[in-house]
Design a protein around this ligand. Structure first.
Ligand code: FAD
Ligand code: SF4
Length: 510
């Protein structure tokens, strides 16, 4: 039967059983489309990264003997819409059966289901063979529970895949070493220079500009830094194991204006495009740790495994359990517009300036920069979660909705009312200074809560708790903040709120 098989841009999994043998009756199709470049304003490196990786993947398949139709953005037959292109191909190539890999985005899932109902030939959706849990697995695991505790899901996954386990017990007797992993970078400590791939991508950049595609951020088109093939992704994994794993956990939360990735793996792009399989990343890392236990502690490897076997799978499970409602949740009813300096970095707040400019330059910020700088500010300032989502979905190279929205709307903005986090992740200058080297060179004074040059995070922090009293005061995990707030004199509290109101009124000028 002549079969058309669709491969989406984030389904570049060469290890998939589809590709085990070459079949002349099977035609693979990949396409660059405006429907994908335009659903949000993406970072230029993100669009380029996807297109380069897709083109290289198609070439690899062709070299292995598979038949591939690759529709470029400027192809004259390209309607720029997924269903329309598919309809055309089915007719033109006399296709008798259509198959696709289960997409990870709700939007594409709906679109493909709708498409299949409207074609006169049989169709089939096939597992992407990428994730370590099924779409519905998390919902079943937490059935009947109001909160979905990540730690419980993670322990189940550790047992299921026998990762860092001695029989039924966690290796070394402890499940989680998070408490050991919260150090600031010591003064004069220089992390390893990140491995970059320096690819020339001028042709794609030109194609995007000729096509009039809007984007954000910067790109060095002669030295594109991200891995775009499986081979490069494996090289980045090796680099991480040899140079970063030993310090990964210790400095996981550390932030520094001179170092953009510290000891992070930067594997999210490769993982999310499926160039790497999460289990191979986990197994290679655990093997590397086993062979190097004299230099790498269990806290480092456990911290890394938790991100991939725990958080990544958990977020995907939450997505399928809670979509589409999740996309409209706004627990606090926040409605402020995101200030325009989020697209330029032009703010006097040194921490946000660095994190934003870094994101514009590299399409990357590490987890704590996303959560405790940009996300923290958005939550304290009461930014509408739609604005938060659009920014995060656009700016990061690894941003695909299933993992972006759960992290942003859920973990970072608490717009889900506590499905993901048991309390909002917020902090004042005290936290930021404890974990970073930003405050020393800031226009604002980290120690001041009110008055001239007082750090905005300080008054906004208390404004957040005061205005959200009805939602949070009863939360047992937040007790301390309300005890402190209630102990303040009325004048002290009023001054703080006045300061925060002033900053919110002049948010564009911060
Ligand atoms: P490392 O720190 O080296 O971690 C290793 C791997 O663990 C990552 O590659 C990633 O695959 C996985 N991981 C770690 N934390 C998480 C997490 N919270 N959720 C899911 N996977 C995780 N991650 C994305 O992949 N895409 C996004 O669009 C995205 N948006 C985010 C938005 C916000 C507001 C926040 C707070 C976090 C977001 N994250 C997102 C999660 C996390 O910040 C990134 O996965 C991580 O920074 C990627 O960098 P890395 O590969 O160097 O990660
Ligand atoms: Fe950020 Fe405040 Fe520190 Fe400035 S003083 S870097 S605004 S936390």
């Amino acid at each position: 039967i002549k079969t058309l098989r669709l491969i989406l841009g984030d389904q570049l999994n060469s290890q998939h059983s589809w590709f085990e043998s070459v079949n002349q009756d099977v035609i693979y199709v990949m396409m660059e489309m405006r429907q994908e470049t335009d659903y949000v304003t993406h970072h230029i490196q993100k669009i380029v990264g996807f297109f380069v990786a897709m083109r290289q993947f198609a070439e690899e398949l062709k070299q292995k003997g598979h038949q591939v139709v690759y529709i470029t953005l400027d192809d004259e037959i390209n309607t720029q819409s997924l269903p329309q292109n598919l309809h055309w191909l089915i007719q033109e190539l006399d296709i008798q059966q259509f198959e696709y890999l289960l997409p990870d985005e709700y939007r594409l899932d709906l679109q493909l289901k709708g498409f299949c109902q409207n074609i006169p030939i049989p169709s089939k959706a096939i597992d992407s063979e990428h994730f370590l849990s099924q779409r519905e697995e998390l919902a079943t695991f937490f059935k009947g529970k109001k909160t979905f505790l990540m730690e419980n899901f993670y322990r189940m996954m550790r047992k299921k895949y026998k990762v860092l386990m001695d029989e039924d017990e966690p290796t070394s007797g402890q499940w989680n070493y998070d408490a050991d992993n919260r150090k600031k970078l010591p003064k004069n400590h220089r992390p390893i220079e990140p491995l970059i791939f320096s690819k020339n991508v001028e042709d794609i950049v030109q194609l995007l500009s000729q096509s009039g595609i809007s984007s954000i951020g910067n790109i060095d088109a002669k030295n594109f830094l991200w891995p775009t093939t499986r081979q490069e992704s494996l090289a980045l994994l090796d680099f991480f194991l040899e140079n970063c794993l030993a310090q990964f956990g210790t400095y996981e939360d550390a932030m520094h204006p001179s170092y953009w990735s510290i000891y992070h793996s930067r594997l999210s792009f490769s993982l999310n495009l499926k160039l790497l399989h999460p289990l191979e990343v986990i197994q290679k890392s655990v093997e590397y740790w086993e062979q190097n236990q004299d230099s790498i502690t269990i806290a480092q490897i456990e911290g890394f495994v938790r991100q991939i076997l725990g958080w990544r799978e958990y977020m995907r499970g939450i997505y399928w359990a809670k979509m589409p409602e999740f996309a409209t949740m706004n627990f606090f009813g926040h409605d402020r517009k995101l200030p325009s300096w989020f697209w330029s970095g032009q703010t006097k707040m040194a921490c946000l300036r660095h994190a934003i400019i870094q994101s514009l330059d590299y399409a990357y910020a590490h987890h704590i920069q996303r959560l405790m700088l940009t996300g923290n500010f958005m939550l304290l300032a009461g930014i509408h979660p739609d604005d938060a989502d659009a920014w995060y979905l656009g700016i990061y190279i690894d941003a695909i909705e299933w993992v972006e929205i759960t992290n942003t709307r859920g973990m970072s903005q608490y717009a889900d009312g506590g499905i993901i986090g048991s309390k909002p992740y917020v902090g004042s200058a005290n936290y930021i200074d404890k974990m970073s080297h930003y405050c020393g060179n800031c226009f604002y004074d980290k120690n001041k809560k009110t008055g001239d040059k007082a750090c905005p995070f300080n008054s906004l922090y208390w404004h957040f708790f005061e205005r959200n009293r009805v939602f949070l005061e009863k939360n047992p995990r937040i007790g301390m903040s309300y005890i402190t707030l209630n102990k303040m004199s009325t004048t002290q509290r009023q001054e703080l709120l006045k300061q925060a109101d002033f900053y919110l009124e002049h948010i564009e000028k911060l």
